[in-house]
Design a protein around this ligand. Sequence first.
Ligand code: ATP
Ligand code: MG
Length: 576
Amino acid sequence: GVSPATGLLAELDAEQRAAAEVESGPLMIVAGPGTGKTRTITHRIAHLVEERGVPASSCLAITFTRRAAAEMGERITALVGDRGREVTVATFHSLGLSIVRDNHAALGLPEDLALVDADRRHRILVSLTGDERRARQCVSALSRARRGGEVSGEVSGLLPDYTAALRREGLVDFDDLLVLPVELLRGDPELAEWYRRRYRWISVDEYQDVDEVQYRLLRLLAPAAANLTVIGDPDQAIYGFRGADVGFFLRFERDYPDAPVRALTRNYRSGRRIVEGAVRAIRPESLVPERALRPVGADSEHPIVLHRASDERAEARFVAGTIDGLLGGASFHSLDSGSAEGYETSSLGFGDIAVVYRTDAQSRVLAEELTRRGFPVQKRSHDPLWARAGVEPLLRELGYAGRRCGTVLRQLEQAAAAVAETLGEQAEQLHVAVELLSPLASRFGEDVAGFCREVMLGAEVDALDPRADAVSLLTLHAAKGLEYPVVFVTGCEDGLLPLRWPGEQRDDTAEERRLFFVGMTRAQRRLYLTRATRRGQAAGAGQRTPSPFLAELGDTAVRDGEEGGKRSAARQLSLL
Ligand code: ATP
Ligand code: MG
């Protein structure tokens, strides 16, 4: 019984509407890439507020990145007007920070508590261990201990002194942002109840990538009967390496036994052969039984294009040359001769193109080649923003409140000038950092504190400017949730995709396959999978064989140069 398409839900298809209009209680939406999960949840929230009388302030939407949160907030506001601003759109970390700030007194923290930066944390650890090297070594073990994991006695002995030192300076670290709210709500049932009443409607996008502490926080905020909607795709779970566990997604039906499960099967994003190829690539290790994904959107018949280059320089030249052709038009039109699509996509700009790769190290040669041709690029990884060289000194300089005034953007430039005086030859790093932060800064008007918080909580990819006329260079992890008319997945080689560090025993082929699946499904019209037969001078250099994932693609893919023509079975076999 799907109701007729009226109001806001008219912009959804029947499956999406059936998910969006579930009355109340827990709900799970399981669906593949490009099926409109994010769109459905955005419309569901707008529908609740606009057409069901739910107060916007009682809605909490949790997204995976700050950028996704900003976008979702904008879309909700576009759908329901100014009231949309009262919806809380957060990441787990920003939600945690707001709970910690609201309860700073109970936690023994000052009102102006701050997030510790890497430099200050290092100095605290040096003072505790008396040793630079040990200070560096214990950082990740401390984090594990803080989250309740197993660690050596030495590290667990250090933990109380470390937290005490943080608190003395009015500081919290990233783990605190999740662990403190969990401890707080567990220890104070009345407070937990207050938050449950405050956020009566909760939705979580990309639920397949929650980790244990996030899961525990969510259980406290949304017990079994709560209005909790989780949305995700187990086949896009790619953050296991950093503690996420797709098991929480898979056990949702046990945790919330009354929850209906809705599936979305229509892919609006990608051309037919891209969808078919991606489904073939994930199938051998898919976590979704009977995965259904039907292409209905882009009416593109283009096959996936495979390219084999002699080395990474040649691979970069192929990428740059292909982009040149797509944008320049000449070769593109001959390729598409006569088709209406040729004219449509000939208006492609640099911003329509993403080049993705498994490891950040691969981006250097790609960026060099694109820049050499005069193509603008924006390079983003999934690492935290503060980890990029130059960002922390800028934030510290900006932190001297009251010394400057004007827009954050202006103050950022002034801060850069001041830092440049003290740091001298690292000028290039500083320049890159300012470029990275500028699109974010322009969103914050004169709110320096808000900007600094955003930078501390954000990943590089959050500073991606979707309107920039530049080619996006992204790690596969950073590309999650995004879409581009043209995508190059580079480095499709065994050892790189799936990635194996030299000497590494851990077998993560399934997660690597999901990464490949995520990469492929970012493409709307054109997907290029490239590889090099030799790569690099470092350890593990030398002859490279194709990624085993390529072998699954069958006739959805062709070797480049063969897009137009027919291929014999023999040619198909030699494709790789
Ligand atoms: P991912 O798994 O990659 O995060 P997703 O399921 O969240 O994908 P969306 O990003 O919400 O998918 O949607 C993919 C694309 O399809 C977007 O461009 C979106 O606007 C479009 N789309 C989704 N649903 C519809 C629809 N009913 N009509 C038209 N376009 C749609
Ligand atoms: Mg999405």
